[in-house]
Design a protein around this ligand. Sequence first.
Ligand SMILES: [Zn+2]
Length: 341
Amino acid sequence: MKNRIKISTILFTCTVALMPLCATGSYTITETERSVSINPLDILNGREKHHSRKVSGRKLIKQNGKQHLRTNIYRRKTLYLTFDDGPGKGTANVLRILKEENVEGTMFFIGRKVERHRALYGQALSMPNLLIANHTYSHANGKYEKFYSHAATVIKDVDRAQRIIGGAKYLRLAGRNVWRLPQTQRNDYSLSKARRVIESPKYTALAGRGYHIYGWDIEWQFDHSTGKPSYSADHMISRINALYRSQHLVIQGKMVLLAHDAMFRTQSGLQQLRELIQILKADAWQFETIDHFTRSTPAVFVRNKASAASPKVIHLAMSKKSPLAQRSRQRKDILKILRQD
Ligand SMILES: [Zn+2]
């Protein structure tokens, strides 16, 4: 009890001392090794943890003639749960877990499957903590080398899916761990050098059309015949933590996990996903949709005459609003169309 009073007194004193600085916005508190940017108003309101979201990575800042190392005092760890190849088997289970655990996630949908599973697509759209993104129309029909040999085929296929999915151009390529973001360009290292030379111009062409292409840092593999995850949630947690410590991430402190809807179609798969999320939550991991991965926003698909002629083709012409506003608009418009069908 005595200790508690002592701590609250110190906190109160610190808070009052910082109050005159509120008007100037952020303030740098120097620690032994580093300094962090904290808004005193956030301390008063107990929101300091949220404010730390704005401070990512480590960089040197100059203040009062001294150089400080600015870093995130909370060592924020963010996981981007991404689920590929839906909508289909397992999608409803993933949606259920995301809802029950109240965490954000991203689903990379295949255009052709969206056409087939429209009710499931509608259900996904109604989820406020989910971002739906493009995973091509055909998934290359499983013939990746042929698909990525022709730029026109790739662009046509990706644009077709975008017309169906709508919204901003968040894309993951089928069968390729490729990154094309304004700050990050990576090819799939699992491919031969010769193959990379052939495919690379196609990725760049897509980026030139406004697509932001996301790969992944780590994959939770599964057995395609049984549909079950190949590794337990515990095993994945060890891999995630080891990767986080190694700092071999596209962006430090942010990890993109690839999984597939289909691997959570069974009761045991569903339980593994729930377990993974619960352990990560307890270990101070935060969850975000992929639109928060960088500050830049991709282009938005714009309505054209050809797509307007087909009532089955869903497309959106949206202004450059925040990703959240875009998502809410995307949902509203598409749900309207689904109701009309
Ligand atoms: Zn895929």
